[in-house]
Design a protein around this ligand. Structure first.
Ligand SMILES: Nc1nc2c(ncn2[C@@H]2O[C@H](COP(=O)(O)OP(=O)(O)OP(=O)(O)O)[C@@H](O)[C@H]2O)c(=O)[nH]1
Ligand SMILES: [Mg+2]
Length: 224
């Protein structure tokens, strides 16, 4: 009875690690399986008790609360990307986790980001003026996730002990800086929405770092 829902679309270009992230959310050991390209929308669900529950006293409902995460895995390949629009129209999502891979070409990443922007707008209304108007009042979550931060390391990644060093982060931050203008367009169009950034490795980040992503969404949705 304490459950709350978090419904999030996972978007980004092909190969950025969307399916891998969702597998991590489900607790699968992704290092032993090779993830396959996604062709269809998959809605994955998991109930999780978020780390912050521990900080509440036992008599507080939050100490027992579970969050039902509905993570929508989308295909990133351009020819299947039209499905993003359909899912945004039919599933009442709270927003997106948009994944980026610092090893990919800037233009491909930018195009995927612009597609996400356009499909979010289209899903509000097909008439552009109406969509712009509705976007002004909409409260989505737009969280940008620089994935594969292990590939930014200068020395080989120690899989058992991955953590984001300042130099790793600098490279990831530099990569994201190329998309500042596009992110600003999101902010102007959706002024009431919440924006954030995370730096992870879906393959190597420890589970508490993966959970932290959902923790952030929870705060956006229920505590601000
Ligand atoms: N080095 C590294 N590789 C990763 C990471 N996350 C995912 N990968 C690898 O990147 C490849 C693509 O991952 P997927 O999860 O299939 O990517 P996707 O975004 O779902 O791709 P589509 O389904 O085609 O849209 C796989 O070989 C993963 O093992 C990461 O954090 N670091
Ligand atoms: Mg996939």
């Amino acid at each position: 009875m304490f459950d709350r829902k978090i419904r999030i679309s996972i978007l980004g270009n092909t190969g950025v690690g969307k399916t891998t992230l969702i597998d991590r959310m489900k607790g699968t050991d992704v290092r032993t399986i090779k993830s396959k390209k996604t062709y269809n929308i998959n809605i994955e669900q998991k109930k999780i008790r978020l780390q912050s529950s521990d900080s509440y006293p036992w008599y507080h409902p939050e100490a027992y609360r579970k969050y039902q995460i509905l993570a929508i895995d989308n295909p990133g390949e351009i020819k299947y990307r039209r499905q993003w629009r359909e899912v945004l129209r039919t599933v009442n999502t709270d927003g997106m986790l948009f994944l980026l891979d610092p090893q990919q070409m800037l233009d491909n990443t930018r195009l995927a980001m612009e597609d996400a922007y356009n499909y979010f707008l289209d899903s509000l209304d097909l008439r552009p003026d109406k969509a712009d108007e509705k976007a002004k009042t909409k409260k989505y979550i737009f969280h940008f996730v620089v994935n594969k931060c292990d590939t930014c390391l200068t020395s080989p990644c120690d899989p058992k002990n991955f953590h984001l060093t300042p130099e790793t982060k600098d490279r990831a931050v530099e990569f994201l800086s190329h998309f500042a203008t596009t992110i600003d367009i999101f902010k102007e169009t959706f002024p009431r929405s919440k924006f954030g950034i995370s730096y992870i490795s879906a393959l190597y980040s420890p589970y508490n770092e993966i959970d932290k992503l959902f923790e952030i969404l929870k705060v956006y949705l229920y505590e601000t």
